[in-house]
Design a protein around this ligand. Structure first.
Ligand SMILES: C[S@@+](CC[C@H](N)C(=O)[O-])C[C@H]1O[C@@H](n2cnc3c(N)ncnc32)[C@H](O)[C@@H]1O
Length: 246
């Protein structure tokens, strides 16, 4: 795996600035807090594991953004896997290194970088594992820039999660947003993207959809996509086969 300075200028978004030391600690606690949060993390790790299988069990994986490193133990379950982990926030990286098991931390190379301008050479990893970042990005041009940067750095696949429409929670959120429109003061930093819209953005950035895994089909907004540069066997499957749950 080779490191280098990216030649692209990173896009700076407001929400990225909030991940300071206290927010990083709060984020670590959040996913351990109470049964519902623990179950939710367990389900996300289960989906991540399945997504990696569908991506062909990639050897070199970049966890970006890694946040507090909550997926590191799952990513390291594959003994031969080389895991890189990066985040825009130095505080997040420091919380991750200090809170994950030392034997796991010892296997992972961490570095600070922006997902818009990743400090890695072209094709440096086999898979970019990008959980809970795209739903913060409202502007389609920014999502495209990030997806193109993933296309440069990954030799084969991307696994990414975001909020999509077509489920009960997105319908409820839509009702909430309509009420909020009356109050222009409320600033949003998480967004739902229509499935046909994000899937056309994937294609525009050079990615084919291999699979789509829903957190709780029909109910939750979270969907994890497995994307590949090359058309894969799964894509020749029927819609049901390619997009089935786990
Ligand atoms: C909601 S957390 C998700 C972290 C992790 N993937 C998880 O699911 O636990 C969002 C993370 O994105 C990072 N982040 C924000 N803007 C970023 C950017 N432009 N490039 C890379 N990371 C960014 C933040 O520092 C934060 O750690």
């Amino acid at each position: 795996m080779s490191f280098c300075s990216s030649s692209v200028s990173p896009i700076e978004l407001d929400f990225s600035r909030k991940y300071d030391a206290s927010h990083a600690q709060a984020y670590l606690k959040k996913h351990k807090d109470g049964l519902a949060r623990r179950l939710s993390h367990w389900r996300e790790a289960q989906i991540g594991r399945r997504a990696l299988e569908l991506a062909g069990n990639p050897r070199r994986v970049l966890d970006l953004p890694c946040g507090a490193g909550r997926f590191w133990p799952m990513l390291c379950e594959e003994r031969d896997r080389r895991v890189l982990a990066a985040d825009n926030s130095a505080d997040m990286l420091s919380v991750a290194r200090g809170s994950q098991p030392p034997e796991i931390v010892a296997r992972i190379r961490t570095f600070q970088t922006s997902a818009f301008a990743i400090d890695l050479e072209d094709g440096a990893v086999d898979c970019v594992f990008c959980i809970r970042l795209l739903h913060h990005i409202e502007d389609a041009r920014h999502r495209l820039a990030m997806l193109r940067e993933f296309h440069r750095v990954s030799s084969g696949t991307v696994i990414c999660s975001l909020w999509v429409d077509g489920n009960y929670m997105s319908w409820r959120r839509n009702c909430l947003e309509s009420r909020r429109k009356a109050d222009a003061q409320v600033s949003r930093n998480r967004f739902v993207v229509a499935r046909p819209v994000i899937e056309s953005e994937f294609r525009a950035a050079g990615w084919n959809v291999v699979a789509a895994l829903d957190f709780l089909p029909g109910y939750a907004m979270w969907r994890t996509y497995v994307l590949a540069k090359e058309a894969r066997g799964h894509e020749r499957n029927t819609e049901r086969g390619a997009r089935g749950g786990i």
